[in-house]
Design a protein around this ligand. Sequence first.
Ligand code: HEC
Ligand code: HEC
Length: 263
Amino acid sequence: MKTRAPTPPQRQRGRSIASALRPASVLVLLAFSVGAVAAAEANAGHNTGARATIEQRVAPCIACHGRQGSSSNAAYYPRLSGKPEGYLFDQLQSFRDGRRFHRDMVYLVRHMSDENLRDMARYFARLDLPYPAVGTTTDADANVLARGQQLVREGDAARGIPACASCHGDALMGVEPGIPPLLGLPRLYIASQLGAWLTGDRSAPEPDCMSQVGRKLDTADINAVAAWLAIQPVPQESRAAARSAPLPTPCHAMRAQPLATAR
Ligand code: HEC
Ligand code: HEC
């Protein structure tokens, strides 16, 4: 049974759920945010000498993403705080360099230097804040949730889908330096990102392991994993795990060198 992949909100390329749903207040906020980022970037220019502080530079980011992330399942903005620095840096580069296509994000970072992106990635990676409580009500039925859990924990060997946990960690909170957590994310966001791999709208430099996995998921798989992941509580120890077991396939995100020495 083939249904349409979930439409990722506000991609540059097409119509979107979120632009239709987006309240006017977010547009006002965005206008403010973009102005503030532009000003911060101008201050960061080489000739002015007066560089904006990191707090000034990340203020607009916090306006959308929050410091702790969102506790509402209806929300879309992904949390940034406490995610692996390498992961955050890769994603900022991807918005800037054409591997991810969210309009607001692309607009914000399109002229930013690697150094600036790295500073912001480091700032958010080091923020150690509790996650808001995760809502546990869902309209997904028990079969769908069981299928989601099975894909996450065991994968689907017959279709060549590895267990999500084999890369994202047993606790599903990511693995240093480059694999992100799967818990504490809005359901719509998870489904949208998985839809983007299915349609080829999100990628990473080779070896692009997540694209290989994402392309194998159909829309029923996507609905199932997104429904299950979105109602799992975030563990007390919410930081990403240290790199340990080898991955099922190589990933660019798990660069051989730690970020600090790879500059
Ligand atoms: C207008 C709201 C808005 C602002 C302002 C904003 N973001 Fe975002 N950001 C988003 C949305 C929406 C997404 C999800 C994009 C998608 O669908 O791919 C996102 C995604 C991200 C991601 C990827 C997260 C992940 O888990 O993959 C990072 C990193 C990020 N933003 C960093 C920043 C930084 C740093 C700033 C400040 C310079 C910023 N954002 C400002 C809305 C915003
Ligand atoms: C071979 C390793 C690997 C496996 C297996 C894997 N992932 Fe990933 N995943 C990654 C990497 C690496 C990233 C970081 C993004 C990138 O490199 O494109 C990622 C990113 C993600 C993201 C984006 C999170 C965000 O904040 O935007 C989601 C959602 C995701 N994976 C879901 C899954 C699901 C669901 C499965 C199981 C069906 C899975 N992954 C299996 C390696 C893997």
